[in-house]
Write a protein that binds this ligand. Structure first.
Ligand code: SF4
Length: 329
């Protein structure tokens, strides 16, 4: 694997050595990070690297993306498939958990690889791109399943597809009479915003409503002008923007950090939608925040920020039970 590659916006760092050379990994942490890299993918785009303060050992952006020795330890409650997609997969690339909607995972590559990712066992730069035949089978499943009214594109990150391939997929889904809405989950606006160009916007222009769920966990992710401009372009095309975050220790586990995050989303025209409790993927325990603490944090924001700035706090149930609002006790 090369140390880094060149994206439209600069070099993407993909190995511990590249992170060390960029000053984002302490030399004495490289050996452990190299062991982590044998199991979990690493990617830090140039855009994200510029957001990190290398002088701050507790930098909340670095914590999301820089590998750590703690990832080598799997806690007893952690599991390879915490959302249990497997039993709900009727054909490759599709997850059908709720009657009225289904996920389509056209690829498993992302612009960045998050250290807390719930699909960390399967995402990576080499994996998961459906072949044309597999994609055709997946789309045919949507066409043949009239109960499904929303197609949710996730992965991986669907905005890593070429605009041509993404556009063809969206057009075929939009042409299905029983599909009413399309939703795309993505980290691209905050990780590699240069991808939100005219060709991508044209690909998103289909005859059914497209909602974009923007995944971000810290206010600073919205600070770069390139991210603000990308979200502005999306919003001006009429695409509703929803914010999805994960409550992460050391990243956003304070009222101040959450307030700043949700206010940053609103300024970027992104409606805070879900705050997820951490899914117990292997080696992620250092990010866990107790549910009661999460509830108290959100409660503390009531009256402090507008009601529409407060997302719903949810947890994925084990064994594929789906999302449920977190409640006391
Ligand atoms: S962008 Fe999403 S799917 Fe990709 S590594 Fe991060 S959390 Fe996982």
């Amino acid at each position: 694997m090369p140390d880094g590659d060149t994206t439209r916006q600069g070099r993407t760092l993909r190995t511990p050595q590249a992170l060390r050379d960029a000053g984002l990994l302490r030399p004495d942490a490289e050996a452990d990070a190299t062991r982590v890299a044998t199991r979990f993918a690493i990617s830090v785009t140039d855009h994200v690297a510029r957001l990190i303060d290398p002088a701050d050992p507790a930098d909340p952006i670095a914590r999301q993306y820089i590998p750590d020795a703690a990832e080598l330890t799997t806690a007893p409650h952690e599991t390879d498939d915490p959302t249990a997609d497997g039993p709900f997969t009727p054909v490759k690339g599709v997850v059908h958990r709720y009657p009225d909607r289904a996920l389509l995972k056209p690829l498993l590559a992302c612009p960045v690889y998050c250290r807390f990712c719930f699909r960390r066992e399967v995402v990576g730069p080499d994996g998961g791109l459906l072949t044309e035949a597999e994609l055709d089978t997946a789309l045919a499943w949507f066409e043949a399943t009239p109960a499904v009214r929303e197609a949710v594109l996730t992965g991986g990150d669907p905005l890593m597809l070429s605009p041509r391939r993404l556009g063809a997929m969206l057009h075929r889904l939009a042409a299905i009479p029983h599909i009413e809405t399309l939703r795309i989950h993505t980290r691209v606006p905050v990780a590699e915003p240069s991808r939100i160009d005219a060709a991508l916007l044209a690909a998103l222009d289909v005859d059914k409503p497209v909602f974009l769920a923007v995944h971000a966990n810290h206010a600073r992710e919205f600070a770069p002008p390139a991210t603000a401009a990308a979200l502005d372009r999306l919003a001006r095309t009429g695409i509703p923007l929803l914010g999805q975050s994960v409550l992460l220790r050391g990243v956003n586990d304070s009222a101040e950090a959450l307030e700043a995050l949700f206010r940053a989303m609103l300024r970027a025209r992104v409606k805070p939608y879900y705050l997820h409790a951490l899914d117990p993927a292997p080696g992620t325990a250092r990010f866990a925040v107790p549910d009661d603490q999460g509830l108290a944090l959100l409660q503390s924001l009531r009256g402090r920020i507008p009601g529409h700035a407060i997302p719903t706090f949810v947890r994925e149930l084990r064994a594929g039970g789906g999302k449920r609002p977190v409640s006391h006790g």
